[in-house]
Write a new protein. Structure first.
Length: 160
């Protein structure tokens, strides 16, 4: 069984988002061992300078790095990453499993994005859309797409 970690910056405060995350986590339990690992986010002052923003991303990046394990396949969500269709994501996850990658870590950064040190460590940069979404909502979207990928790979119907 595939082990999937979702490493995220910040906690989800909105109940409706937590409920959606819980629902997809429950659905995914049939297909993989899922862990959601949250690290603390940094407060971003209003009108933060570019240097301050880089410092914030670096601190969040250090927290994320503590949870990245050697031997895992790391996929970082980044707007500049590769966009895949749902079937292509399913193919990617299937190929990783067939190649013996039993542990995949998906990384969602904070409101400023992901530190370059984490992006460089990643085996793949993935963009789910050219649009910008709140990072809290991105967690739900990512889990839904991973669930959809497992349904596709299992040749099971999924409502479109």
């Amino acid at each position: 069984m595939l082990n999937i970690d979702v490493l995220c910056v910040g906690k989800i405060k909105e109940r409706y988002l937590r409920d959606a995350i819980d629902e997809y986590s429950k659905r995914l339990s049939r297909y993989c061992k899922l862990r959601i690992i949250e690290v603390a986010d940094e407060k971003t002052p209003d009108n933060a300078s570019a240097a301050q923003e880089e410092q914030i991303k670096a601190k969040e990046g250090e927290r994320l790095a503590k949870h990245i394990h050697d031997g895992t396949y790391v996929i970082a969500l980044a707007i500049e990453g590769k966009m895949l269709s749902s079937p292509a994501l399913a193919e990617k996850l299937n190929a990783l499993a067939l190649q013996g990658s039993s542990h995949i870590q998906l990384i969602i950064g904070g409101s400023l994005g992901i530190d370059t040190s984490i992006l460089k460590r990643a085996d793949m940069l993935l963009s789910l859309s050219p649009m910008t979404f709140p990072h809290q909502l991105m967690r739900v979207i990512l889990l839904e797409q991973v669930y959809r990928a497992f349904k596709i790979n299992a040749h099971e119907p999924y409502h479109k």
